[in-house]
Design a protein around this ligand. Sequence first.
Ligand SMILES: Nc1nc2c(ncn2[C@@H]2O[C@H](COP(=O)(O)OP(=O)(O)OP(=O)(O)O)[C@@H](O)[C@H]2O)c(=O)[nH]1
Ligand SMILES: [Mg+2]
Length: 361
Amino acid sequence: MPYTQKGAAPRVKSGFVAILGRPNAGKSTLLNALTGEKVAIVTAKPQTTRNRIAGVVEVKPRKGVHPAAQIVFVDTPGVHKPASQLDRRMLQEVYNALESRDLVLVLVDATRQIRLQPPQSGPNEKNAAGGRSEDEFLLNLVRKLDCPVFLVLTKIDLVSRQTLLPLIATLTSQFNFAQVIPISARKRDGLDLLVRKIVEVLPVGQRYYPPDQYTDQPMRFMVAELIRERILVETGEEVPYASAVVIERFEEPLASVRNPLTRIAAVIYCERAGQKAILIGKGGSKLKEIGTGARRQIESLLGTRVFLELHVIVEPGWRESRGFVESLDWRAQLERLGGDQAGDSAEDQEDSAEDQEQEPS
Ligand SMILES: Nc1nc2c(ncn2[C@@H]2O[C@H](COP(=O)(O)OP(=O)(O)OP(=O)(O)O)[C@@H](O)[C@H]2O)c(=O)[nH]1
Ligand SMILES: [Mg+2]
């Protein structure tokens, strides 16, 4: 649904641009670099992003070249062979993002080797994605698209220009990309060219979001993601992958109060008692570390002081539960919040919650 502005709508170019790629390709880093905001969490661990996330970029008009533009970038979970209900849900998010888009960016990490199996490869060479390599799995998704597709080589600050050439040759022999653009989101290298090329192919239309809105995610879900980011960073092995965060209470302060305080309570779900023990740590030390780190980030996001309460709950095998996985989706949560407050469920869980409070500083 386009956003309707009062008065005569100015002429703008606009459209949805899906950001597609293998896990860890640098999709969320690019989204953040383009929007100039921390729209999506970023970690060195693959499969960080679980939902599609829009980041809105306003582009100033260029005299004689193009009018103003609004690009709605849609970050997606990394494409990988689904092994659990959570993975299937993540792949569904990718499909959803590809459904309504004007352009797709395929991000390929330039520091990685591409593995493409010949179509008739022997059984020993078969691996994930139903006998195809995961790169081939991604390319097959791309081949089904009927919109322009740009190949974006990422992290070029880490490789020499020479190593890019064979990679580009391999990939362009597989698909007719409309553009090939090497970038470094970290160094902001190539981003202006990328935006210029995107605006060229976008149709003239209307803004989809108000010009000052930079994401479609409500604050409470960005907060949940910031907590999950701390878990990804602070824990290892299976714990980051077996953890999910749900905001149970989000009490915004009155705008008029001095030195406002936002009160937030969140539940961290994990799958096993051992994971819960790791998340809590000796004497609650790990949970305190997660909470303090997250609180700082949340305070800078909200611009208020924050009182953050964290509980850890074991939900055995939740990644295999379709119902549970779907209930985590923020769009589904938002619908539920429209009716009753989703705040009560944690208290009803059988596996009792440990909790830790961070006093506002
Ligand atoms: N050197 C360098 N590192 C980068 C660049 N872009 C991303 N990274 C790093 O690559 C890692 C993965 O980045 P993300 O943006 O989380 O990757 P992603 O594609 O969103 O990953 P998933 O959400 O797991 O699919 C992080 O450690 C980033 O800091 C870049 O331009 N240069
Ligand atoms: Mg990501």
